[in-house]
Design a protein around this ligand. Structure first.
Ligand SMILES: Nc1ncnc2c1ncn2[C@@H]1O[C@H](COP(=O)(O)OP(=O)(O)O)[C@@H](O)[C@H]1O
Ligand SMILES: [Mg+2]
Length: 337
C-alpha cells in the first residue's frame, strides 16, 4: 500500500464529484460521482457510448475534465497528475505492446523502460508469462497471438510494476468464453495482491463475477450504484428456462413453478417450454432453480432440459430506466476510434 493511501483517511482509491467531459455537443461524461474503495474491483457497467472510456481517461490523466473533480488516492487528477500517474496503470484500447516483438521481448523491454536491470526484467517477464499461461508463446511475435493471448499480454504489460490502481477498459469484449475466464482469473490474482481495479464492461455477468460494487452508467450519468447484491435486488437474478418431456404436463408445471418460486411463469411458443423469472432478493439463482427442479420432480413432472440465464444488460437497463440501451455492440469501433 502506498504511503499516500494510508495518509488518505477515506480509504478510497477514486473519488469523483460532478465529473464532466464534453466533445462539441456531446456530453460524454455528464456529472459523474464515484467512490471506489481501495483494494477492491469496482465495476463500471454500461453500453457503448455510455462514457466509460472517457471517464477512465480522465482518471488516468490522459484527458482533462471540463468540470467537476477527481481524486486518485487523494491526488487531484489535474493539479497532481504526476502523483496520480505514478500510481496507476491502464489496459484497454491503448496497449503499449509492440506487435513485431515477441511476448518475452515486449515484457523485458517495458521492464527496462520502467528502470529494471536486464536480469530483473527477464525474471519478472518470465514470471508474468508463466502466471498468464503464455510461456509457450514467449518466443512468438505478438501479431500472431490470438485475441485472448493478446488481452493477457496487455494486462501483463500493465502490471510489470504492481500499480496501486489498474484500469481495465472492457478487457474481455470480443473474447471467447475460455479466454474470458482466463482474464477473470488474472483480475482476481491482481486484486489479491492489493491492487485496486476499476473495470469497465458491457456484461452484467462479468461485473457480477469480479466486482464488489457496480456503477451502471448511461449517457454520461450514473443511473444506479451499489453492491452487486443491491443491484440484483433491483433488477432480478435472471430466469430459468425449462423444456418438459410431455406438453400435457405444462399447465401443472406452471402451477408448481409459480408456487415454488413465487414469480411469473411464461409459457413459450414451443409447447414444452417455460420461462420463470427469478427474484433478485434472497436465495441465489442456482438455489432457486434447484428448488424449482426438485419440486417438479416431486410432482412427477419430467424435465428434459433446463438452463439458467443471467439478466442481460438490456434487461438491467429496462429495469432501471424503463428504456433499452441506446447503442448496439456494432457501434463499438466508432466509439473506440
Ligand atoms: N475524442 C472524442 N471526440 C468526440 N466524441 C467522442 C470522443 N471520445 C468519445 N466521444 C463520444 O463520447 C461518448 C462517450 O464515449 P466513450 O467514453 O468512448 O463511451 P464508452 O467507452 O462507454 O463506449 C460517445 O458518444 C462518443 O462517441
Ligand atoms: Mg470504451
Amino acid at each position: 500500500m502506498s504511503p499516500t493511501l494510508s495518509r488518505h483517511s477515506s480509504g478510497l482509491a477514486i473519488e469523483t464529484a460532478g465529473l464532466v467531459k464534453t466533445f462539441g455537443e456531446t456530453r460524454a461524461v455528464d456529472g459523474v460521482d464515484l467512490a471506489v474503495p481501495a483494494g477492491t474491483v469496482y465495476g463500471v457497467l454500461g453500453p457503448n457510448g455510455a462514457g466509460k472510456t472517457t471517464t477512465v481517461k480522465m482518471l488516468a490523466t490522459l484527458l482533462r475534465p471540463d468540470g467537476g473533480e477527481a481524486h486518485v488516492f487523494g491526488h487531484d487528477v489535474v493539479r497532481e497528475a504526476d502523483e496520480v500517474r505514478a500510481r496507476v496503470s491502464l489496459t484497454g484500447q491503448y496497449a503499449s505492446v509492440d506487435e513485431d516483438l515477441t511476448g518475452l521481448e515486449n515484457l523485458v523491454l517495458l521492464g527496462r523502460l520502467l528502470g529494471h536491470h536486464k536480469k530483473a526484467a527477464r525474471v519478472r517477464a518470465g514470471q508474468l508469462l508463466e502466471a498468464f499461461g503464455l510461456t509457450d508463446a514467449a518466443a512468438k511475435q505478438v501479431k500472431h497471438y490470438s485475441g485472448g493471448m493478446r488481452r493477457r499480454i496487455d494486462i501483463a504489460a500493465s502490471i510489470l510494476n504492481t500499480p496501486d490502481l489498474l484500469f481495465l477498459d472492457e478487457p474481455t469484449t470480443g473474447l471467447d468464453p475460455r479466454s474470458r475466464n482466463q482474464v477473470w482469473d488474472i483480475v482476481r490474482a491482481v486484486v489479491a495482491q492489493g491492487t485496486t481495479v476499476l473495470l469497465t464492461t458491457q456484461y452484467l455477468d462479468e461485473a457480477d463475477q469480479l466486482a464488489s460494487r457496480i456503477a451502471v452508467i448511461d449517457r454520461g450519468r450514473v443511473i444506479a450504484e451499489g453492491s452487486k447484491g443491491e443491484l440484483k435486488a433491483s433488477v432480478g437474478a435472471g430466469s430459468v428456462h425449462l423444456r418438459l418431456r410431455d406438453p400435457g404436463q405444462r399447465p401443472e408445471a406452471e402451477r408448481v413453478l409459480r408456487l415454488a418460486l413465487d414469480t411469473d411463469v411464461q409459457p413459450e411458443p414451443d409447447p414444452v417450454a417455460l420461462t420463470a423469472r427469478l427474484s433478485g432478493a434472497g436465495d441465489s439463482a442456482a438455489e432457486q432453480a434447484s428448488r424449482a427442479l426438485a419440486e417438479l420432480a416431486r410432482t412427477g413432472i419430467t424435465v428434459d432440459n433446463f438452463s439458467l440465464g443471467q439478466p442481460s444488460l438490456d434487461e438491467v437497463f429496462l429495469a432501471l430506466t424503463g428504456h433499452d440501451t441506446h447503442e448496439t455492440p456494432d457501434a463499438k469501433e466508432e466509439a473506440a476510434a
